[in-house]
Design a binder for this molecule. Structure first.
Ligand SMILES: *[C@@H]1O[C@H](CO)[C@@H](O)[C@H](O)[C@H]1NC(C)=O
Ligand SMILES: *[C@@H]1O[C@H](CO)[C@@H](O)[C@H](O)[C@H]1NC(C)=O
Ligand SMILES: *[C@@H]1O[C@H](CO)[C@@H](O)[C@H](O)[C@H]1NC(C)=O
Ligand SMILES: *[C@@H]1O[C@H](CO)[C@@H](O)[C@H](O)[C@H]1NC(C)=O
Ligand SMILES: *[C@@H]1O[C@H](CO)[C@@H](O)[C@H](O)[C@H]1NC(C)=O
Ligand SMILES: *[C@@H]1O[C@H](CO)[C@@H](O)[C@H](O)[C@H]1NC(C)=O
Ligand SMILES: *[C@@H]1O[C@H](CO)[C@@H](O)[C@H](O)[C@H]1NC(C)=O
Ligand SMILES: *[C@@H]1O[C@H](CO)[C@@H](O)[C@H](O)[C@H]1NC(C)=O
Length: 849
């Protein structure tokens, strides 16, 4: 039995789970549907994923925002009236990546580099750019690039893309990156020239040629520059004692903030010479003004001579820490750094004592804007600090310089190859646009989410996929069109994306053909656009039919939507109050309708019988919570026949034998002080005893062979009216007028039977329980004797125990007495408690003299 139950429970559990699964999927679908349906303007609709707007006039009450992929709504709006733009991509510029060798071919032909890059490259472009121009010929803009010639190297493709994106619908943009061979390299060496760096300077000037040769081995197109810095010429950074200002230390020159000694050039002889000529200077505090120098070296593009298209390396070498924004206040400089170039004709920083040091983020911003790779070449004691700093400056790295800068060549070579062998994609999109990058880098595997690839060699092509999602429409409509760039860090090339967010509908534009200002469709109080009315500020309602002046306040308007002043919700909570009139909710099931002035009625919440509303349509219909029955039916759920015929006894007579009322086709019998009438037709009086006693003896003898009739043949003679039917369980069915009789016989056994009178004849039907229920036989005398014997035994045991204990005790006492008697052997002349009358004491401090 239990197992059976468990099985049923588990089966039904599985069923419940299954149906839950099914309904949750369905409800998911419905939710998407609903998220569309609830949008009331084209703009809101189009900003919701997967929704489309129907512009069709005379569309009725149906929701205009719908999900085209769901069938029930797909047919209702014709294609031409549906506004459902998709993501769109248009490639504006897509010049081929510069292949390995094509750039070098031009440069080697020009035979080494003299002067500026632009002059030499324009000559090289005649040969090298022919290939790329061929590819870009279809773009009108390529001509303008041709003039400068500097666009001949292309490392990222495509270069410009136009996108139109829906909100929250992702778009995948593919791009490729390849490092060109002989890509120009600009290296500016920025050196701390405080006294402690003297030996480094000597070394650098010796290594200048080697540095340039090594780099030229990597790229043909290499330029070198040199600058130095000390610190702001102010207390407490530098001693301002007049003598010290001129000559701060032995063989030192006057201190300065930053000086550009040599703009980027190919003349390495000049580099060595400039480094040698630069004089060291002295300062007081340990940190130096390196940030001022980095800022100037980065932003002074013309003075430093950074080329537009080149890998730009800024090697920053020092053996000390740095001052940063706020430190200037120590010297009384409060103006923040403005991030502009302030170099005079001699290359000296003019605003050193006028502006504070830049902050780390200012440095980062300018480094980013100018696509410069900063290499912090610092002594080991400072490397921890600069390593941390490099994580905050985009594209920078830090490396350990030996005490005398002897490893500077390897350092630069290693850092350069580290920088150039990796590519990292970044962008400057606003927060409304989310971009995630993925690439399989050089491998063949599936793309993984990363924006960085390492281990690239010249000529390797890496594909990136940017997944672009517009997460929300910015508040400001101007931001709906924006331009952002995706760029490889440290390279002045980028993929420019012109992004148009599809946040609004063209039909909302006054020059759209469907747009009607002050349209008669909106009673002249609003503009008709995208199929709906947008009312002026004094009107509302679907067709602007409600006026603010009619309904003075929201309170009075609400009042019209409430049945009386005691209710606190409009339209009974089942509708919305629109200009004083209730608009009742629509039910998901079309058969179910809410109606009434205050939405107080519906035709689905009437009484049910057997699960059918008003017992089904052929019995009655539901109206405003009450069943309206068809003729022939009555009752709350129209489940009763409206006739009294079924209450009349078969032989004819009064309804319910005159002892009851006919309700719902059945008798409800009267209750008298003696009890209730019973029987189907209330024909049995409460005082008339049943026939239990009459039948008892016969049942007893026929079923169990006991009772007064059991002897001889009395049973067969007397009991002729019925033969009881054996059953296991006897239950009386009141409906069938059965009566239950229960008796106890002389053996105290319970027996039960049920009888039914036949109204027509004298016969009775009897069902009796197969076996009597006898109480288990108990051996009473045994129990009584057992209890008595038990009590006697316990008494005896206690007596014995007591006797035993007293005997032991007595024996012990006697033994002790005997022992003491043996011991008592003192001299009878001496009383043991006698004490002498005199006592002698000795003074312990008394030495006996
Ligand atoms: C440049 O490369 C050549 C050949 O690869 C090599 O012999 C030479 O030593 C390199 N020069 C430098 C300065 O590394
Ligand atoms: C390089 O600079 C040195 C020193 O200023 C100068 O003598 C030499 O002519 C320059 N060489 C070139 C090729 O310009
Ligand atoms: C990057 O290159 C573009 C031309 O391609 C140029 O207009 C721009 O000034 C360059 N940016 C920097 C920081 O050099
Ligand atoms: C991203 O940078 C480009 C070039 O510097 C600039 O034109 C654009 O406005 C920037 N975009 C954003 C969203 O800041
Ligand atoms: C409609 O006006 C918008 C600006 O309000 C303009 O961009 C668009 O080109 C105009 N379209 C037509 C068809 O005039
Ligand atoms: C409701 O209206 C009745 C008469 O219209 C008024 O007597 C009663 O004070 C009102 N109750 C409230 C709560 O406004
Ligand atoms: C409720 O009323 C609507 C419209 O009167 C009808 O179409 C629908 O069948 C009714 N539903 C029921 C259950 O009677
Ligand atoms: C049925 O009997 C009840 C009283 O029991 C009476 O009120 C009712 O009118 C009768 N109905 C018919 C249809 O005779």
């Amino acid at each position: 039995m239990v197992n059976y139950h468990q099985i049923i429970v588990s089966v039904s559990l599985v069923l419940v789970l299954l149906t839950k699964e099914g309904t949750s999927q369905l409800s998911d679908k419905l939710n998407v549907q609903n998220s569309c349906v609830s949008k009331t303007t084209c703009r809101e609709c189009i900003q919701t994923k997967n929704c489309a707007w129907c512009l069709q006039p005379d569309f009725g009450d149906k929701p205009r925002c719908f999900q085209p992929s769901l069938t029930p709504f797909a047919g209702s709006c014709s294609e031409e009236w549906t506004w459902n733009p998709d993501n769109e991509q248009k490639i504006v510029f897509n010049r081929e990546l510069t292949r390995a060798g094509s750039a070098s071919g031009g440069s080697s032909a020009s035979g080494g580099y003299e002067g500026s890059y632009s002059s030499s490259s324009s000559s090289s472009s005649s040969s090298s750019s022919s290939h790329s121009f061929g590819a870009s010929g279809s773009y009108g803009a390529s001509g303008s690039y041709g003039a400068s010639g500097q666009q001949s190297i292309v490392q990222i493709s495509p270069q410009r893309v136009g996108l139109k994106l829906r909100i929250n619908e992702e778009h995948r943009l593919h791009m490729r990156y390849s490092q060109a061979e002989d890509y120009p390299v600009d290296l500016y060496y920025l050196m701390d020239l405080s006294k402690s760096m003297e030996d480094d300077k000597e070394k650098l000037s010796k290594l200048g040629d080697l540095l340039s040769d090594t780099m030229r081995n990597i790229t043909n197109n290499f330029r070198l520059g040199f600058g130095s810095f000390v610190d702001k010429v102010l207390m407490p950074y530098v001693s301002t004692v007049p003598k010290k200002l001129v000559n701060p230390c032995e063989k030192c020159e006057a201190p300065y903030g930053f000086k550009n000694h040599m703009t980027l050039s190919t003349n390495t002889t000049l580099f060595s010479e400039e480094v040698r000529r630069a004089a060291v200077s002295g300062n007081l505090d340990a940190p130096e003004g390196g940030f001022d120098a980095i800022m100037q070296a980065v932003v002074c593009r013309n003075q430093i001579g950074w080329r537009e298209q080149a890998r730009r390396l800024l090697v920053f070498s020092t053996d000390a820490g740095f001052h940063y924004a706020g430190d200037g206040k120590l010297g009384g400089v409060v103006t923040p750094n403005d991030g502009h170039c302030h170099l005079d004709s001699r290359g000296l920083y003019t605003h050193s004592t006028l502006q504070d040091y830049p902050s780390i983020s200012q440095v980062n911003l300018k480094v980013k804007q100018n696509a410069i790779n900063v290499i912090f070449a610092v002594t080991s004691s400072q490397s921890k600090v600069y390593e941390k700093l490099s994580t905050h400056v985009e594209g920078s790295s830090s490396a350990i310089l030996s005490e005398d800068s002897s490893n500077v060549v390897e350092l630069v070579r290693d850092e350069y190859s580290k920088i150039s062998s990796s590519v990292e994609m970044k962008d400057n999109a606003t927060s409304a646009v989310k971009i995630t990058y993925s690439s399989s880098c050089l491998g063949n595997g599936p793309p993984i989410q990363t924006n960085k690839c390492d281990g690239l060699k010249v000529g390797d092509v890496v594909s990136f996929t940017a997944e672009i999602v517009v997460t929300s429409c910015p508040q400001n409509e101007k931001d709906w069109n924006q331009i952002f760039q995706i760029y490889p860090v440290g390279i002045n090339e980028s993929l420019i994306v012109d992004l148009e967010m599809l946040c609004s509908c063209p039909c909302e534009n006054p020059n759209h053909s469907g747009f009607e200002a002050n349209s008669p469709k909106c009673k002249g109080f609003g503009s008709y656009k995208c199929g709906i009315c947008e009312c002026d500020e004094f009107h509302f309602g679907p067709n602007c039919e409600c006026s603010v002046s009619d309904i003075h306040s929201e309170v009075s308007m609400s009042r019209q939507c409430r049945p009386d002043n005691t209710s606190v919700i409009d339209c009974n909570g089942r509708g919305t109050c629109v200009c004083g009139i209730c608009e009742c909710e629509k039910r998901p099931h079309p058969e179910e309708v809410i109606s009434g002035k205050f939405c107080e009625c519906d035709n689905f919440s009437c009484d049910r019988h057997n699960g059918l509303l008003c017992s089904g349509p052929d019995h009655g219909t539901c109206s405003c919570g009450e069943c309206i029955c068809q003729p022939g039916w009555i009752g709350d759920a129209c489940d009763c026949r409206a006739t009294n015929e079924t209450c009349k006894p078969p032989g004819g007579g009064e309804i319910c034998s005159g002892h009851g009322t006919c309700e719902c086709g059945a008798c409800r019998c009267d209750v008298t002080p003696d009890g209730r009438f019973s029987g189907r037709y209330c024909e049995k009086c409460p005082t008339c005893s049943g026939r239990c006693h009459e039948l008892k003896d016969c049942v007893q003898c026929q079923m169990y062979k006991t009772g007064p009739l059991a002897e001889s043949d009395l049973c067969t003679k007397t009991c002729t009216k019925f033969v009881p039917i054996e059953v296991d369980v006897v239950v009386a069915d009141e409906e069938k007028d059965e009566h239950l009789c229960t008796f106890y016989d002389e053996d105290d056994c319970k027996f039960q039977f049920v009888y039914t009178d036949h109204v027509e004849d004298e016969q009775v039907d009897v069902r009796a329980k197969k076996t009597r229920e006898c109480p288990p036989k108990v051996f009473m005398i045994g129990i009584v004797f057992g209890v008595i014997a038990f009590i006697v035994l316990i008494g005896l045991a206690i007596l014995l125990l007591w006797k035993l204990l007293t005997t032991i005790h007595d024996r012990r006492e006697f033994a002790r007495f005997e022992k003491e008697r043996m011991m008592a052997k003192w001299d009878t002349g001496e009383n043991p408690i006698y004490k002498q009358a005199t006592s002698t004491f000795k003074n312990p401090t008394y030495a006996g003299k």
